[in-house]
Design a protein around this ligand. Structure first.
Ligand code: NAI
Length: 286
């Protein structure tokens, strides 16, 4: 029987979420997508107009099908949490049922269950500021959008996940080593995400037989990464210093996610898997 995946955090064809969707689709999974509310219109329009058709091509020549795109803002758990200024914001006006709880309920209504949950989203409003210059508000916003969003997604989706299911998030080495430029509390948010991966693997494993892992990915020129501002430097650094001196393709992260979601990884949970051409293993630049 084919598996069904919900991938949160796709708004174009450049990021890791898109590549993960493609690898899962190539392996036969049905693809559901959660797209940030303010980015929903442009994503759906581009999809409909065929703007992504070239990037939808799977290894067998067919095009990846997205069964349904759900509006999602993973910063809000239920309608009571949404402040008035967001409710009335015109970027949110056209969409409905986009809090985490409502999205899970709608997916349940539409499809009953899922097998694979992917969290491929992050946001840190003060990411360009050093930690010492980060406000409390900015720090907590980074944790809310990038770390708690995962706890919330898993909490609300677990009841509709089939036993044996798999959950995956994306993290970055800045959680454990100093990466100047990855500021605003984003390094803290990734550290929380990795620690939570361990604790959640225990709770979700014991209660629901769900595996929980995170992929520590190397640098990719995604929309989010370009907003940080130092992505080209990080890509050059990686190319110069990694054990494998090649470009890191989003598809390589996608394939690792497909492996982690598959029965081939049936005993792997609570882990951080590095998909970074080996850069994490280096102690000094060369
Ligand atoms: P991306 O821009 O393709 O994905 C980030 C997505 O998060 C966007 O689609 C954005 O709309 C969405 N988003 C932001 N706030 C949201 C919210 N409140 N609710 C729902 N969606 C929201 O960029 P990328 O880089 O592919 O990011 C995916 C994941 O990969 C992130 O967790 C990121 O930290 C991680 N990562 C990225 C690396 C890179 O170099 N690009 C390196 C290592 C990890």
């Amino acid at each position: 029987k084919g598996k069904r995946a919900f991938i949160a955090g796709i708004a174009d064809d450049n990021g890791y979420g898109w590549a993960i969707a493609k690898s899962l689709a190539a392996a036969g999974a049905e693809i559901l997508v959660g797209t940030w509310v303010p980015a929903l219109n442009i994503f759906e329009t581009s999809l409909r107009r065929g703007k992504f058709d070239e990037s939808r091509v799977l290894p067998d020549g067919s095009l990846m099908e997205i069964a349904k795109v759900y509006a999602l803002d993973a910063v809000y758990d239920s309608p009571e949490d949404v402040p008035e200024d967001v409710k009335t914001n015109k970027r949110y006006a056209g969409a409905s049922n986009w809090t985490v709880q409502e999205v899970a309920a709608t997916v349940k209504q539409d499809y009953g269950t899922i097998d694979i949950l992917v969290h491929s989203l992050a946001n840190g409003p003060e990411v360009t500021k050093p930690l010492l210059e980060t406000s409390r508000k900015g720090y907590l916003a980074a944790l809310s959008a990038s770390s708690y969003s995962y706890v919330s997604l898993l909490k609300h989706f677990i009841p509709i996940m089939n036993p044996g299911g798999s959950s995956i998030s994306l993290t970055y080495i800045a959680s454990e080593k100093i990466i100047p430029g990855y500021g605003g509390g984003m390094s803290s948010a990734k550290a929380a995400l990795e620690s939570d991966t361990r604790v959640l693997s225990f709770e979700a494993g014991r209660q629901h037989k769900i595996r929980v892992n995170t992929i520590s990915a190397g640098p990719l020129r995604s929309r989010a990464a370009k907003a940080i501002g130092f992505i080209d430097t990080m890509i050059d650094y990686s190319l110069a210093n990694s054990p494998l001196q090649k470009e890191l393709l989003a598809d390589e992260v996608g394939n690792a996610a497909a492996f982690l979601a598959s029965p081939l990884a049936s005993a792997i949970t609570g882990t951080v898997i590095y998909v970074d051409n080996g850069l994490h293993a280096m102690g000094v630049g060369v």
